[in-house]
Design a protein around this ligand. Structure first.
Ligand code: 13P
Length: 339
């Protein structure tokens, strides 16, 4: 067995440690600007660094968070006393990961559909990221539900690049997080989300197989199966759990060690309650956990509001949210823990 396979196995084992999940803090410069604007903070290199440093230095966060996904800029930043942020994470007991896709562009010929860019030169970037301390990576594909969408071609194109990315990661010694996100936007029903997500995951795993990706050495980051955010009929946690697990059992081989969901615009409490419902109904073939961005950070960013003096309350908010999601991974969360 080569060293790098053992490295990948160790990284996977650490990422899926019992009761732990992943913090997605890999917002691009454009996305973090949007999040900052909502709490009246001007986005600069320094404010972005301060905010990320606050998150990563939260005392005790590693009890619930095994890894953190960073954006390129953050991986290369140092904290106020000159410690590189990936080193800070390591000292805090968490693994640094890196978003390696370059965002989405329109898919030509398929109005409204998107394809993710970033394969060109990727293997060189992966080598550099590994040297900077990253041990896993993330690539997000975006699928929209609308009339005639996503098309079979849109799904296949995104599945192909996801699989190429995953193969390159494993070759470079980084664990790939494979993220095909079916968006919640729209008024579609939970049944529509289920059938689209099933088609997408089926195609993604076919592509992963074709590109000879070792399923044991990756993590899947899917959407939960939920109704569109504008759908009149919303679903309870047991309904979401039932629909999501049915879809995943049909499409995700048991060889995949971990499924870490994105939150996708669900409220903090809904993302936690839905995850808990999936872990309190019996044993799953894979570890079922979180890789939330907004649903972990929303309360913390609000509490911070750009004020250094609010650092501790913001860290407490992140700690509390991570603690509740950790309980949801163990299936021991209940709504009254929100108080
Ligand atoms: P959300 O949990 O906010 O959807 O973000 C997760 C993520 O990493 C999206 O790529």
């Amino acid at each position: 067995m080569s060293i790098s396979v053992r490295d990948l196995e160790n990284t996977v084992a650490e990422l899926i440690a019992p009761g732990k999940g992943i913090l997605a803090a890999d917002e691009s410069v454009g996305t973090i600007e949007k999040r900052f604007k909502a709490v009246n903070v001007v986005s600069t290199q320094e404010s972005r660094r301060d905010y990320r440093e606050l998150l990563f230095s939260t005392p005790g966060l590693s009890d619930f968070v095994s890894g953190v996904i960073l954006f390129d800029e953050t991986l290369k930043q140092k904290n106020t006393v000159g410690v590189p942020l990936p080193d800070l994470l390591k000292t805090q007991g968490m693994i640094a990961g890196i978003k390696v896709d370059m965002g989405t562009v329109a898919l030509p010929g398929f109005a409204g559909e998107k394809i993710t860019e970033g394969l060109d030169g990727l293997s060189k970037r992966l080598t550099e990221y590994k040297q900077l301390g990253a041990r896993f990576a993330k690539w997000r594909a975006v699928l929209t539900i609308d009339a005639g969408m996503p098309s079979a071609q849109g799904i296949a194109a995104n599945a192909y690049v996801l699989a190429r990315y995953a193969a390159l990661c494993q070759e470079a010694g980084l664990v790939p997080i494979v993220e095909p996100e079916v968006l919640m936007d729209g008024d579609h029903t939970i049944e529509t989300c289920a059938s689209v997500t099933e088609r997408v995951l089926h195609t993604v795993f076919h592509a992963l197989h074709a590109q000879r990706v070792a399923l044991e050495l990756m993590i899947l980051k899917p959407n939960m199966v939920v109704p569109g955010s504008m759908c009149k009929e919303q679903a309870s946690p047991p309904q979401v759990a039932q629909a999501t697990l049915t879809c995943l059992r049909r499409t995700v081989p048991a060889a995949v060690p971990g499924i870490n969901f994105l939150s996708g615009g669900q409220t903090d409490a809904a993302a936690t309650a839905n995850l808990n419902a999936m872990n309190s109904q019996g044993k799953n073939p894979w570890n079922v956990s979180f890789s939330y961005g907004r649903a972990l950070q929303a309360a913390a960013i609000q509490a911070w509001g750009g004020e250094a003096a609010h650092k501790e309350v913001a860290q407490q908010a992140l700690y509390q949210r991570a603690r509740l999601n950790s309980a949801a991974v163990l299936g021991t969360y209940s709504a009254d823990m929100e108080k």
